[in-house]
Design a protein around this ligand. Structure first.
Ligand SMILES: Nc1nc2c(ncn2[C@@H]2O[C@H](COP(=O)(O)OP(=O)(O)O)[C@@H](O)[C@H]2O)c(=O)[nH]1
Ligand SMILES: [Mg+2]
Length: 409
């Protein structure tokens, strides 16, 4: 079974047939997009929001009105919690509580790539319950894609089965998720199997998540995106930008640590201790680009870029000129070489591009000059380690380095 088929298999049978036909008409390159997406969807909620927000621009440019994704399910399954994990703005957050019936009306907010809709529980008894169920189903009918959310602890009983039937009958693409999976750690597999079995689904057609912990949202969003190839395209276009933003965070923090390491014991730059920080950074960047490497290989790569030599040469040249305290020079060069190494690693992992030695040298020089300028406010006296770390990180985050992707050669 191909990776592609494996992915389609995550959808309930009612949805699968429709979506299979949709994807049959999509060019192979776009399907490739989906496979690469699979390898790198973030599972963490805040990273997921970042990716969704980056892909939103792409969507707006190409498609106009956003898709509406509605979360449907019995009361108290965590719909509002999931909604809150997806919405981009704090003001849009829904009320969450252990009291069933907290959400009385449907609400809609921007989740970046799509609009997300929270609905009241669709299972309550009595007159209020009937009204709320109608509201929820009306919201479902008006949405483009549905997330049907059940509770791992409550399991699937008659009410849940009825709801499944009603949702399936709407003829909209939907995915089934089992929330609060954090509460059933040890029996997880059995719980999923059980829920799936009762619904008449395969285990992989039920996506386990923990909305409150923001776990496994990547899988859920991938399944949602499969319902609309254009969503996959938008996510695919945003991925390089997303990865680069993550890589940059890692680079800026590693470089500021490198700056501090260069402070001690003497302002004579020694690249051996920096290599540990840089190796860990290269390993982190590899992970972001879904690239499998060992610590040993990361270290080899870090050495290959040859930035130790570039840094030492630069230090010798600039020391001769005088005017800049030695500690500042050492720190700025340690930070610059680390940044440049990070940029080189990102270019390598992203597109297999090897930046030339000459290019690395020029980048290091330019960045060192910029950093020295930006750190002038520190004066001539050596600051404390934490003060220096913060100043360097701030300076790096103010840099006008190419914002979107690692600079191409
Ligand atoms: N353990 C756990 N509790 C959750 C999770 N998601 C939601 N809850 C809790 O379940 C209760 C109901 O959540 P809420 O989002 O209001 O459910 P809704 O009625 O479906 O909107 C709240 O007490 C949440 O904190 C989860 O993933 N794990
Ligand atoms: Mg709610």
């Amino acid at each position: 079974m191909s990776q592609f088929d494996a992915l389609l298999k995550k959808l309930p049978p009612e949805t699968r047939a429709v979506i299979q036909a949709l994807w049959d008409s999509v060019p192979a390159s776009q399907r490739g997009n989906l496979i690469s997406l699979l390898r790198s969807m973030p599972d963490d909620a805040s990273l997921m929001r970042l990716l969704l927000s980056l892909s939103a621009q792409q969507w707006k440019q190409s498609f106009g009105a956003k898709q509406r994704v509605a979360i449907i399910g019995p009361a108290n399954t965590g719909k509002s919690t999931l909604y809150n994990q997806l919405v981009q703005s704090k003001e849009d957050k829904a009320l969450v509580s252990p009291v069933p019936g907290t959400t009385r009306v449907t609400q809609q907010a921007d989740a970046g790539l799509f609009q997300v809709i929270d609905t009241p529980g669709a299972d309550a008894a009595g007159e209020t319950g009937r009204l709320e169920r109608e509201l929820a189903l009306a919201a479902a009918a008006g949405a483009d894609i549905l997330i049907l959310l059940f509770d791992a602890v409550q399991g699937i009983k008659q009410a849940e089965l009825d709801l499944y039937g009603q949702v399936a009958a709407l003829g909209k693409p939907f995915v089934v998720a089992l929330n609060k999976i954090d509460l059933v750690r040890r029996e997880k597999a059995a719980v999923i199997q059980n829920a799936a079995g009762t619904l008449g689904l395969e285990a992989e057609q039920v996506i386990p998540i923990s909305a409150s912990r923001g776990e496994n949202l990547g899988q859920l969003i991938t399944a949602v995106a499969v319902a609309e190839p254009a969503l996959v395209t938008a996510l695919g276009v945003a991925l390089p930008q997303y990865r680069w933003q993550l890589a940059w965070r890692n680079i800026a923090s590693s470089a500021s640590i490198a700056a501090v390491i260069a402070l001690t014991p003497l302002p004579v730059i020694d690249f051996a201790p920096l290599l540990v920080t840089q190796t860990v950074m290269v390993l982190g960047i590899a992970r972001i680009y879904a690239y499998q490497i060992t610590l040993e290989r990361a270290r080899e790569l870090a050495v290959t870029f040859g930035l130790g030599l570039i840094g030492r040469t630069l230090f010798a040249q600039l020391s001769k000129l005088g005017g800049v305290p030695g500690w500042l020079l050492a720190s700025a060069i340690a930070a610059s070489t680390t940044v440049v190494m990070g940029v080189a690693a990102a270019a390598w992992f992203e597109r297999g591009e090897r930046l030339s030695r000459d290019r690395l040298d020029r980048m290091t020089r330019a960045l060192t000059a910029q950093l020295l300028d930006m750190l002038r406010h520190l004066g001539r006296r050596r600051p404390g380690r934490e003060a220096l770390r913060r100043s360097v990180e701030e300076a790096l985050n103010k840099l006008d380095l190419d914002e979107d992707t690692p600079p191409a050669g």
